[in-house]
Design a protein around this ligand. Structure first.
Ligand code: SF4
Length: 216
């Protein structure tokens, strides 16, 4: 008998973020999150969901014509069996992305999994939960993401990254303007003025499907 996870939704769409943006991808959204960021756009995943065994999840994923899978949430690592699901997918030959809020220990995640780890800025209301010890688990395939709501967040992200990984050219750093809070063009100007070694990230799925909040 395989482990069971509480799943909010499984869907097939275009990857909207990070270095795989634009690629077809199967998304597995796990229920539950230990944070409550002020700009959260997936509040529906805090509690809603149904139990599925790893075998059932694998079967559902295999119905899509796609070998790229993202495990997301909520915060996937709130569920103990999430690393086992990731391992099963990797062993089956999928490329697996993990979106994680950066507060949960990444030590149990298979190193073959591509991690997209948040560093929460003060505007999120959750920056005190950052676990920077996780930076030691990141390799050149992984990415760090900062959602920026204001100038204070930008300065926070710049300083924390400068003191940790910004000089490490191998780890991609993404700066994403918070929807309806930060003008993308203003963030672009700040990045250019500072010559920061980061990527400005716009959420492609919100440009493609501005009226859909679930299943995209
Ligand atoms: S970590 Fe992600 S899912 Fe959790 S509250 Fe923050 S934005 Fe929402």
């Amino acid at each position: 008998m395989t482990a069971t996870l509480k799943i909010n939704e499984i869907f097939y769409s275009i990857q909207g973020e990070a270095l795989y943006a634009g690629m077809p991808c199967v998304f597995v959204r796990l229920t539950g999150c230990n944070l409550r960021c002020v700009y959260c756009d997936t509040c529906y995943a805090y509690d809603e969901g149904a139990g599925m065994s790893i075998d059932e999840i694998m079967e559902k994923i295999s119905a899509y014509p796609c070998r790229l899978v993202e495990i997301t949430g909520g915060e996937p690592l709130c569920q103990e069996a999430a690393p086992r699901l990731i391992g099963r997918l990797l062993d089956a030959g999928y490329t697996v992305l993990l979106e994680t809020n950066g507060s949960m220990d990444l030590g149990s995640v298979d190193p073959r999994c591509i991690k997209i780890m948040d560093i929460k800025c003060p505007g999120s209301g959750a920056s005190q939960k950052n676990n920077l010890n996780n930076l030691k688990y990141l390799s050149s395939c992984d990415q760090v993401k900062c959602v920026i709501t204001c100038a204070g967040d930008y300065e926070f992200a710049k300083n924390i990254l400068r003191s940790t990984i910004l000089s490490d050219q191998s780890i991609a750093v993404l700066f994403s303007p918070a929807s309806n809070m930060m003008a993308p063009a203003t963030l672009a100007e700040w990045i250019l003025a500072d010559g920061l070694n980061v990527r400005l990230q716009l959420q492609l799925h919100k440009i493609l499907w501005p009226n859909d909040c679930k299943g995209r």
